[in-house]
Design a protein. Sequence first.
Length: 104
Amino acid sequence: MNKIQIKPEVLYRLLTNQNPNNEEYKLMEDNIIDSDYEDGGASHEYILKNKSTGQYYKGYYTDWDIENTDYDYDDGTCTGRIDLATNLDLVIPKTITTIIYVNP
């Protein structure tokens, strides 16, 4: 499977909506796939699109990964602890048509 590595500070800004329009990637989807009601955290699956190539990439993170990544808001870099997984898998979008039946 094709993979890329994204800079942690770029990923952090995209996932936390910190001026995402200035990035090479665009966050297309961010879906909660699991949550823990006891601690309030959730696991997410997200899709990024590379604006210049049009390719899509999938990654995963938890709320704790965001919380435990040291992002410096003054200089826009991640320093120290980085819990975000920065290896993303190349994915290809597919259109699926679904037929449902309803009462007239």
